[in-house]
Unconditional design. Structure first.
Ligand code: ADP
Length: 333
């Protein structure tokens, strides 16, 4: 199977009739990386993906694949392919003909294109369904066919725009594990757009958090979650308390604070007291929100600890933290 190629975005900009959707972003994605573009709706993820794919003109900057600027080249010449959502399968073509379609368009003979389609259908464990029509498949099976179809041209970079959003939550988690496994087996770069931070953390080697057409932070999921660069990233990823501390904005992870019912000290270097406003059971843990002087605070309390001394909304409680768990934010531009 083919291997990936390095991808570099250099000051890439997209404007739609004067509105800037992507604002001079620069990013390096090494060959063979699982990269997730992450951020709220409208932040410029899809525009970025479509420019890399060659489905959208770039308004400024360069897209470099391998050693070559590919600005203006069609997708086939770039070595990119896009995985479309399941409903983009041709309903009147068999699974095998759907997968082989791009090769037919390129004039590849039937025996050769079917041999390759069947090999890819084996990769995604769909070879038994080669003669079926898309309507005779489940949603997850259609997704796997769509993946096989996008791989038929041997792309070095596969682009996936919210590929799991049409699936129910259970299937989404199953398919996400499969995507990761296929990416590892193929060894090519996947660039996957999502607005789900949990999905990005589960999949990405490189997570890129976007906001307002810019990159707020790019790094491993652990870097992004544990050391968010900006308040935007901390709030978007969730699980953080953003606190004003002696003129500085800092975060403390909600699973690193201590929680004490009643008016106790919570046994920490910094303590704030307040009133419990919400209690949310999550299985392994219970999320407790406190309305405290200086703002809302959240504690993720291990299940057993919580139920040893449970609290309800309205109760007095304290949340504390130690200096070692404080993470300083850079001011958001
Ligand atoms: P995301 O994928 O993060 O939701 P998009 O890249 O789709 O963001 O959109 C970024 C911004 O560009 C949004 O403000 C959106 O309204 C605008 N936009 C996207 N596509 C077009 C288009 N074809 N014409 C005009 N504006 C667009």
């Amino acid at each position: 199977m083919s291997r990936g190629a390095d991808l570099e975005l250099v000051n890439v900009t997209k404007s739609y009739s004067g509105t800037i959707a992507v604002d001079a972003i620069s990013l390096r994605i090494k060959a063979g990386t699982y990269c997730c573009l992450l951020g709220p709706s409208g932040c410029g993820k899809s525009s970025t993906l479509r420019m890399i794919a060659g489905h959208e003109d770039i308004s400024g900057g360069d897209i470099v694949i391998g050693a070559r600027a590919v600005n203006g080249e069609p997708p086939v010449k770039r070595g990119t392919a896009m995985m479309f959502q399941s409903y983009a399968l041709f309903p009147h073509l068999s699974v095998r003909d759907n997968v082989a379609f791009s090769l037919k368009m390129r004039g590849v003979g039937k025996a050769d294109r079917y041999a390759k389609a069947d090999a890819l259908l084996r990769l995604v464990a769909m070879d038994r369904y080669a003669d079926r029509l898309p309507a005779q498949l489940s949603g997850g099976q259609q997704q796997r066919v769509a993946l096989a179809r996008s791989l038929i041209t041997d792309p070095v970079i596969l682009l996936l725009d919210e590929p799991l959003s049409a699936l129910d939550p259970f299937l989404r988690i199953k398919m996400r594990a499969e995507l990761k496994r296929f990416q590892r087996e193929l060894g090519i770069t996947f660039i996957h757009v999502t607005h789900g931070q949990e999905e990005a953390m589960a999949l990405a080697d490189l997570a890129v958090v976007m906001n307002n057409g810019r990159i707020e932070q790019a790094g491993s999921p652990q870097e992004i979650f544990d050391r968010p660069a900006t308040e935007f990233v901390a709030r978007f990823m969730g699980g953080h308390n953003v606190i004003d501390l002696a003129g500085k904005r800092v975060t403390v992870r909600a699973d690193k604070v201590s929680f004490a019912p009643g008016g106790e000290s919570a046994g920490a270097e910094h303590v704030r007291t307040g009133t419990v406003t919400a209690v949310e059971y999550q299985g392994y843990s219970v999320v407790v929100t406190l309305d405290a002087a200086g703002g809302e605070l959240t504690a993720i309390v291990p299940e057993r600890q919580f139920f040893a001394r449970p609290v309800e909304p309205g109760a007095a409680a304290a949340i504390g933290w130690n200096a070692a768990d404080i993470h300083e934010l850079s001011p958001t531009a």
